[in-house]
Ligand binder design. Structure first.
Ligand code: F6P
Length: 324
C-alpha cells in the first residue's frame, strides 16, 4: 500500500486561525508518522512547485498568530485545466497523496476540479471570515473578525455619542451578512443592513426619526459591504439628501481579516484540522470538514457552495426588537 503523504495549503482571503489549522495538520500527521508538505501562496505554489517539508518545529509558536505562514493567493491559473495538470505533476513529484485546502468556496471549487480530474484525495477546511459555507456552523476566522469589528464599533460609538452623529459602519461580507448581523447585534446597532434581508432606507430613516423623537441623539448603522442598498457612501448621500442628520462613515476593511485569533477560532481550527487528517487516513475525499452542534460533519465539497447556509431568522427578528 502506498504511504500517505499530506500537502497543506491556504487559499483565498486569509482568516485568523489558519495558522492554528496548519499547525494541527502537521502535528496530527507527525503523530501518525505521516510526512507533510506545506505549499506556499495557495494553488499558485502548487503550480510553481513552491513546496517545502513541514515538521512539528516549523509550526512552533504560530497558533497565536493571524494571517498564514504559508501565504495565500487567489489563483486564476488554477481555473484552467493546464494549471491543474502542472499542479498534479508537482504533487506527484513530492509523492503527495492527500491535499488539505484551508479556504472558502472558491478554493473548494479548485480542489473539487482537481479531484475530479486526477487520482488525488483532498479535503477542505472552512477558512474564511465570512462564515458563508454550508456544512459548518462557524468558519475559521469568523469569531475573530466579529470581535475585531466590535472593538472598532465600540470606539466609534464613543465619538458618535460625543458629537450626536449618525455613523454608517461598513463591515466585510461581499455576499454574506453574518459579520454584519453578529457585529450589529453585539455592537447594539440601531440598524443592520445585510444582503440576506431586504433593505428599505425609507423605513430605516423613519425608525431613526422615531428614535430621535424619544431623545436618541446618535446612532450606529452596520452595513455589510454586499448589501443591495449600495455602499455606505451611497446610503450616506441618500440620508443626507432627505434629512438634516450629520452622517459619518467608517469602512472597517481589511483589519477584520488580521489579528490574533480568538480562543474560539484556535480551538475550532485545531479540531477541524485534526479531524481532517484522521478523515484522510480513513479514505475520505472531496469533502469539507465542518462542525455543527459540537459534532464533526463531512459535507461534499459541491454542497458547500451549492447549498445556502441561511442566516438565523431568530437573530434577525431579535436584532430588530433590540434596536427599536
Ligand atoms: O472572502 C473574505 C473577504 O474578506 C470578503 O469579506 C471580502 O469581500 C473579500 O474577502 C475581500 O477580498 P480582497 O482581500 O481580495 O479584496
Amino acid at each position: 500500500m502506498n504511504q500517505t503523504i499530506i500537502g497543506v495549503l491556504t487559499s483565498g482571503g486569509d482568516s485568523p486561525g489558519m495558522n492554528a489549522a496548519i499547525r494541527a495538520v502537521v502535528r496530527t500527521a507527525y503523530y501518525h508518522r505521516i510526512p507533510v508538505y506545506g505549499i506556499h501562496h495557495g494553488y499558485q505554489g502548487l503550480i510553481d512547485n513552491d513546496i517545502i517539508p513541514l515538521t512539528p518545529t516549523s509550526v512552533s509558536n504560530i497558533i497565536n498568530r493571524g494571517g498564514t505562514i504559508l501565504k495565500t493567493a487567489r489563483c486564476k491559473q488554477f481555473h484552467d485545466p493546464e494549471g491543474r495538470k502542472k499542479a498534479y505533476e508537482n504533487l506527484c513529484h513530492h509523492g503527495i497523496t492527500g491535499l488539505i485546502v484551508i479556504g472558502g468556496d472558491g478554493s473548494f471549487h479548485g480542489l473539487h476540479a482537481l479531484i475530479e480530474e486526477y487520482p488525488i484525495k483532498g479535503l477542505g477546511l472552512p477558512g474564511t471570515i465570512d462564515n458563508d459555507l454550508y456544512g459548518t456552523e462557524y468558519t475559521i476566522g469568523f469569531d475573530t473578525a466579529v470581535n475585531t469589528a466590535l472593538a472598532a464599533i465600540d470606539k466609534i460609538r464613543d465619538t458618535a455619542t460625543s458629537h450626536d452623529r449618525l455613523f454608517l459602519i461598513e463591515v466585510m461580507g461581499r455576499h454574506a451578512g453574518y459579520i454584519g448581523l453578529h457585529t450589529g447585534i453585539g455592537g447594539g446597532a440601531e440598524g443592520i443592513l445585510i444582503p440576506e434581508t431586504p433593505t428599505n432606507i425609507t423605513n430605516l430613516m423613519q425608525k431613526l426619526e422615531e428614535g430621535a423623537q424619544r431623545g436618541k441623539k446618535s446612532s450606529i448603522i452596520v452595513v455589510a459591504e454586499g448589501d443591495e442598498a449600495g455602499t455606505v457612501i451611497d446610503i450616506k448621500e441618500h440620508i443626507e439628501r432627505h434629512t438634516n442628520w450629520e452622517v459619518r462613515i467608517s469602512i472597517l476593511g481589511h483589519q477584520q481579516r488580521g489579528g490574533t485569533p480568538t480562543g474560539f477560532d484556535r480551538l475550532l481550527a485545531s479540531r477541524l484540522a485534526y479531524e481532517a487528517v484522521l478523515a484522510l487516513l480513513q479514505g475520505e475525499s472531496d469533502k469539507m470538514v465542518g462542525m455543527i452542534n459540537q459534532t464533526i460533519v463531512l459535507t461534499p465539497l459541491m454542497e458547500t457552495w451549492m447549498k445556502k447556509k441561511p442566516i438565523d431568522p431568530a437573530n434577525v427578528t431579535m436584532a430588530d426588537v433590540l434596536s427599536s
